[in-house]
Every structure is written in C-alpha cells, then in structure tokens.
Design a binder for this molecule. Structure first.
Ligand SMILES: [Zn+2]
Length: 288
C-alpha cells in the first residue's frame, strides 16, 4: 500500500518505551513469544480478539504491578512500521468519519496504542500474547508491533496490507462500539450463553467486513499496490479458527470457534471490499 513515509498521527499513543502514562512494558518471565505453542495460545485466546474482556470487563491475566520499564533501545527499529500503522489508522478513521456523517451519525475518533509485551488498558492489563485487541471501555485499539512478526513467520501471512487489515479489523470493533453492536452482543450472550460463540463469530465477521469496506476505499484512491488484496486475504485466511486449530495440531472443532473459519473471514472481507458499503456487513441476519 502506498503511504507517506515518516507519517505521524496524534491518534497513535506510543507506549513501547514506557511513555504515555503507565502503559509501559515489563518483561514476562519465561518469554511469552516464540514457539508455535505460544502463538496458538495467542490465537485461540484472541487473535484480533475483542474477548479480552471477561463478562465483568476485566482481563484474566496475571499482570504483575509495574516494575522496571524496558530500557529504550538505541534506535527505534520499528519506526517505519509505526509510521505505516499511523497512516493506516488515520486513513481508516477518516473513512469512517465520512461514512458516519453520510448517515447522520457522529464518528468518535479512537486511539491506537502501541505497546511492548504488556499494557494497561481500560479493560485491565494485557500481555502481547493476547494479540491485537480493542477495548470498548476506553475506545482504544492495542497492538504490540511484534505481532506482525508472528503473523508473517508463524501464521505465514506477510505483507503490509495484511498488517493494515489487522488495524482495520480492530477499528471495526470500534464501529460496533459506536453503533451499539458490542453492547447488544454482550446482552444477547448473557441472556442465552449457548449463543455466545455464534454471536462472537458474527461480530468478528462484521469487523472483517468493515475492514473490507475500508480496503475498497483505499482501492478507489489508487493507493493499493499489486498483491495487497491477496495479502489481506492471506491475513484473513491465516486467522480463521479452523486454520489456527489445524496449525496447533489439534482437531478442528467448529463448536469452539469464536472468530469464524478462514473461508468465512475471507467471504465477509470480500463482501465489504466488493460493495464498499457498511450496509453489506449485516452478519447478524445472514448465514456466516
Ligand atoms: Zn476481532
């Protein structure tokens, strides 16, 4: 994807080096990264997850109190990546600001928090192993940029547009927060816990569809490069519940899915991409 190198965004909070008021990283004993096992845990727990929230809005994570901050590195090896996600994040929000306006609604700008290893969010403390997530309570998306290494190396989904898809998916959850879908889903899940996974899948697929809608706008602006759409589809395929279960060497168990299969995720991303309209993203009244 074409973007402005060196771009900075006032909507990106960089807490990777301990800045930004208490969000800094501390090391997780034993290291949560590396090894297929840990990736599966991540992914099964929540790749792109909204489910960082327990039903009481807390995170079940053994977050130790803030100890020492990581020392700042001699140079920011993720500087280009930070500039890319900043550009993408602003572009996504510009689109949704316009789309909401067209519908007589007001889009509230959210923030993207960059962290390393562990972060405090309005939803509690979380470690990088949960993967990128959105917290409805503070309306922020969180990502440890190291996730992109795992996406490329372990999940075999490389490319900048696969990375952009991840951000667009998380902002999709923010849209759901603004439109009331998140609240409705949690109410319905509480009322009928047997529907919890099915509802979660619909919610996740809708976020994928919204990512597709944004991709369509990027395409219309001529910012896509050859292979970008394939990269996004590769990302959506990689994080399908069936793909992740297979990769973990386990049985494919559809009854345990919370995000949808690879095929479903690709299907809904494409719906958004082809229609360019959020109206096509009603996963709740359609078959997943
Ligand atoms: Zn999600």
């Amino acid at each position: 994807m074409k973007y402005e190198k060196g771009y900075t965004s006032k909507n990106v909070e960089d807490r990777r080096f301990g800045g930004g008021g208490g969000g800094g990283g501390f090391r997780i004993p034993g290291g949560a990264k590396g090894g297929v096992g840990s990736v599966i845990a991540i992914v099964l727990a929540l790749v792109f997850g909204k489910n960082i929230l327990g039903s009481d809005g807390t995170v079940n994570f053994s977050g130790a109190p803030a100890a020492s901050q990581l020392p700042p590195p001699s140079g920011d090896t993720e500087a280009d990546l930070k500039s890319f996600v900043s550009f993408v994040f602003d572009d996504i929000q510009n689109l949704w600001t316009e789309e909401f306006k067209k519908r007589g609604m007001t889009y509230e700008i959210s923030k993207l928090v960059l962290f390393r290893e562990q972060v405090r969010s309005g939803c509690g403390a979380a470690g990088a192993e949960v993967g990128p997530f959105y917290c409805p309570a503070d309306m922020k998306s969180y990502i440890d940029l190291g996730f992109y290494q795992q996406l490329k190396n372990q999940l075999k989904a490389g490319g900048d547009f696969a990375q952009a898809y991840v951000i667009a998916h998380e902002v999709g959850h923010h849209i759901q927060n603004l439109t009331g879908v998140n609240r409705k889903v949690s109410q319905m899940s509480k009322a009928d816990p047997s529907q919890e996974n099915a509802l979660s899948i619909k919610q996740e697929l809708q976020a994928d569809c919204y990512a597709g809608v944004w991709s369509s706008s990027v395409q219309k602006k001529g910012l896509l490069e050859v292979g970008d759409i394939e990269e996004a589809l590769g990302g959506a395929t990689a994080v399908g519940d069936d793909a992740l279960q297979k990769m973990g060497g386990g049985r494919v168990q559809p009854e345990t899915w919370t995000h949808g299969s690879s095929a479903q995720r690709v299907k809904w991303f494409k719906k958004g991409l082809e229609s360019g309209s959020m109206d096509s993203c009603d996963t709740f009244s359609a078959e997943p």
